[in-house]
Design a protein around this ligand. Sequence first.
Ligand code: DX5
Ligand code: ZN
Length: 218
Amino acid sequence: MLIAPSLLAADFTQIGNEARRAFIAGADWLHLDVMDGHFVDNVSFGPDVCAAVRRAVGPTAFLDAHLMITAPDHYYPRFVKAGVNLICIHAELDGQVDLSATLRGIREAGVQCGLAVNPATPWEACLPYLEAVDMVLVMSVVPGFGGQSFMGEVLDKVRALAAWRKEHGASFLIQMDGGIGAEQAPLCREAGADCLVAGSSTFRAKSMSDAIMTMRNA
Ligand code: DX5
Ligand code: ZN
């Protein structure tokens, strides 16, 4: 199980140190929540902060950018340039954005690509793209804010995606994001998740390394 602390829950006065702290505590990935105030009701940070995080953590740490923005096709090159390793865009933009072209563009730029689904979006929204993604992100909260409660009903989508993957011999990772801590991690694992994003339960834990280890071994 990969554990990806979300920088959204970090102390923003210490952003570089916080990013390093996550990897020192044993994080596999660092999750970067990018919000534009349109796709979600919040604004977080953009490519320049992601580039600063890259400088802080060095060249080999894995950075996972979750773009909660309405124009990922326009902005993804800036996140590529910032040095992230994976860029995840939202399936809800289907019809507004050419998702296939955007996913392909991300990959051709040498970066892994992912597709995210909100709690209200059926997993089947990903179906046309499952051969073309490295990861599917199943949101377990309505995106926009950290610190919300886990929505257990999305576990059925994880089960369905894991079954599809097995049946088709596909290899995309399944990530879950929102309201995840030690209590939710075993449920996510049983459903078939491979990567857990955790903001509050890692950055605000008494011991981040204990929190990460507990979730990984759940
Ligand atoms: C929500 C973000 C999540 C979230 C995780 O919009 O995508 O990454 O902030 O934070 P916690 O773990 O606090 O729910
Ligand atoms: Zn996220």
